[in-house]
Design a protein around this ligand. Structure first.
Ligand SMILES: [Zn+2]
Length: 149
């Protein structure tokens, strides 16, 4: 009997830990919000068709370089393969576009897209905290937890 009670308590404990991890708004998780960076990510992810071919190539290379940075070992085979095939480390145009970092590049893309084709972009903001939410169709804010379904 005691064993069973312990098992139930353990299961409830595990479930509440899992739900806390899954459902916690990002604000509570203490992830810093930066409107420019969120906008840059949002536009590159959801308005890909508005990027120029050069911006798309740079974005892909930027993504590859970030993956390389996340590889455990600087000598890993995976890191070498990503570098060889996708990172375009010797491309002067890409290197120039990324000279101020990945976030700055995406922010510049967002500024250009909004200046040139802003009417085609819907920036979905939370009605509660005004932060940019994950997708143009999202109805829940992962920053403050507000839900407007
Ligand atoms: Zn919110």
């Amino acid at each position: 009997m005691q064993k069973q009670v312990n098992r139930v308590a353990h299961t409830i404990g595990t479930l509440s830990i899992v739900s806390l991890v899954i459902l916690k708004p990002r604000e509570i998780m203490n992830i810093e919000y930066n409107d420019d960076n969120e906008l840059g990510n949002y536009i590159c992810r959801h308005y890909w068709e508005l990027l120029t071919e050069s911006e798309k190539a740079t974005y892909k290379a930027s993504h590859a370089r970030q993956k390389m940075d996340n590889c455990d070992s600087p000598n890993s085979a995976l890191r070498a393969k990503i570098g060889e095939r996708w990172a375009h480390l010797d491309d002067p145009l890409i290197n120039n576009a990324l000279r101020d970092g990945h976030a700055a590049f995406r922010n510049n893309v967002a500024k250009r897209v909004l200046a040139e084709q802003g009417s085609r972009v819907f920036i979905n903001r939370c009605p509660e905290c005004n932060r940019i939410v994950r997708t143009p169709k999202a109805k829940q804010c992962f920053w403050c937890g507000f839900d407007w379904h």
